[in-house]
Design a protein around this ligand. Structure first.
Ligand code: DX5
Ligand code: ZN
Length: 221
């Protein structure tokens, strides 16, 4: 079944704990938490202390997407805050292999991601060392942007690699996901749908999540 990871970026930040409970009750599999430092991306969101303060509210895995310039520097802080998965950008600074190693050494699942302009082949050198690949279908930084069709081939690329080398690899997709683009992403091989505006804006979040979970891989692929 397709996993659904609502992005807390679209939550009401004045009631973050209640919003976390709300997505859990609506059937979310993971909570997708977007960390932005105002340097790697223009926007600023939250850091380890806020994540730590809501950790006790839910046992849902925290899927933490780091949009920060120097992820290695903060791996331990996000581990202590209670992240279950830490995903770093291939475009970030510092040694990415060392960062991924540090994440795994901390007992946290390691993820790699890339922005739309970055060629998918940039991930080749990391695929063997990650538990999750996050395909960005918008430029990282803001919610509510339009899904970029031309990123779908990246999902197919990682799906092919995973089928050959690591069938358990989670392939997540993030940016402009709704019931139409989400279905296409799953048909291309995604296993996780991360989405903010379309889920938090849905009239019935639980029904929307149920629908998405039913998406299956395209039998023609
Ligand atoms: C964007 C974030 C996304 C964002 C997605 O940089 O990584 O997780 O919340 O928002 P929507 O689903 O509105 O595109
Ligand atoms: Zn994200």
């Amino acid at each position: 079944m397709t996993k659904v990871a609502p992005s807390m970026l679209s939550a009401d930040f004045s009631r973050l704990g209640e919003e976390l409970r709300r997505i859990e009750q609506a059937g979310a599999d993971w909570a997708h938490i977007d960390v932005m430092d105002g340097v790697f991306v223009p926007n600023i969101t939250i850091g380890p202390s806020v994540i730590g303060s809501i950790r006790h509210i839910s046992e849902m895995p925290f899927d933490v997407h780091l949009m920060i310039r120097d992820p290695l520097r903060y791996v331990d802080a996000f581990t202590e805050a209670g992240a279950d998965m830490l995903t770093v950008h291939a475009e970030a600074e510092g040694s990415i292999p060392e960062t991924l190693r540090r994440i795994r050494d901390n007992g946290v699942a390691a993820g790699i991601t890339l922005n739309p302009p970055t060629p998918i082949a940039e991930l080749d050198r990391y695929l063997a060392d990650v538990d999750l690949v996050l395909i960005m279908t918008v430029q990282a930084g803001f919610g509510g942007q339009q899904f970029k069709e031309d990123c779908l081939h990246k999902i197919e690329y990682v799906r092919r690699w995973a089928d050959d080398h690591n069938p358990g690899l989670e392939i997540s997709v993030d940016g402009g996901i709704n019931r139409l683009t989400g279905r296409r992403a799953v048909e291309a091989g995604a296993t996780v749908l991360a989405a903010g505006s379309s889920l938090f804006g849905a009239a019935d979040m639980a029904a929307e999540i149920r629908l998405w979970k039913g998406f299956g891989p395209d039998p023609r692929v």
